[in-house]
Design a protein around this ligand. Structure first.
Ligand SMILES: Nc1ncnc2c1ncn2[C@@H]1O[C@H](COP(=O)(O)OP(=O)(O)O)[C@@H](O)[C@H]1O
Ligand SMILES: Nc1ccn([C@@H]2O[C@H](COP(=O)(O)O)[C@@H](O)[C@H]2O)c(=O)n1
Length: 202
């Protein structure tokens, strides 16, 4: 199994790049794991308490479960990937049965901050977009898709997102084998990653 980690700040376009990469690849051969599925289970907190959590700090992620799941997949076993609700700030009761594939892509802002997880990646990719571009995209996406309003996104950006990005996420760029510039759609970089995957699948 080839495991590809794709990191980068919020709004840099990780999900979009992953979708572009897997588009046109046989879906029985490539699987995707999202770090968002591995936010800690916060069922013991009220909604108000959950909304105060710093979701951009590495301790917000259940890396133990993510590591166990990647190990299971490596050993050929299926996993039950949790499903996350951004609206409720919590895991749902649902899971997605995820089967091992020849190529597994793991994407998320913090996946390269954890040494054990980082070591599991055969290829490490960092998607870069400038912070103003990321903020604009994040605003539009969170308002349209994640049930947020303007003040909420801007307050989170100033209080946690920006400092956490600078402290934890941006420094992981140094671990990357490939950095994808993504201020604009980057079809050349996507084609290169897809051809690496095709070589593995051949
Ligand atoms: N290169 C790009 N140019 C313009 N908009 C983009 C680009 N890549 C992604 N987007 C848009 O930005 C938003 C955030 O992208 P997404 O892939 O969800 O980022 P991430 O997963 O890194 O948070 C989405 O609405 C997406 O359509
Ligand atoms: N309940 C939550 C949990 C996380 N976030 C934000 O999601 C961002 C990571 O997801 P991307 O798709 O943007 O990579 C992260 O910056 C968290 O602030 C949230 O808003 N609510």
């Amino acid at each position: 199994m080839l495991i590809i980690g794709i990191a980068g700040g919020t709004g840099c376009g990780k999900t979009t790049v992953v979708n572009q990469i897997i588009n046109e690849l046989p879906n029985k051969e490539v699987g995707v794991i999202s770090q968002d599925s591995y936010y800690n289970d916060l069922s013991y907190l009220s909604y108000e308490e959950r909304s105060q959590i710093n979701f951009d700090h590495p301790r917000a992620i259940d890396f133990e479960l993510l590591g166990n799941h990647l190990n299971e997949l490596k050993h050929g076993n299926p996993i039950h990937q949790p499903v996350y609700s951004f609206v409720n700030h919590n895991r749902t009761k649902d899971t997605i049965l995820t089967h091992p594939r020849k190529v597994m892509i793991v994407e998320g802002i913090l996946i390269m901050t954890n040494p054990q997880i980082r070591e599991m990646f055969d290829i490490k990719i960092f998607v870069h977009a400038d912070s103003d571009e990321r903020l604009i995209r994040r605003l539009k996406r969170d308002i349209n898709e994640r049930g947020r309003d303007l003040d909420e996104v801007l307050e989170r950006y100033q209080k946690t997102l920006k400092p956490m990005h600078n402290q934890f996420i941006e420094p992981t760029k140094e671990y990357a084998d490939i950095i994808i510039p993504n201020n604009k759609y980057n079809t050349v970089a996507v084609d290169i990653v897809r051809s690496i995957i095709n070589q593995k699948l051949a």
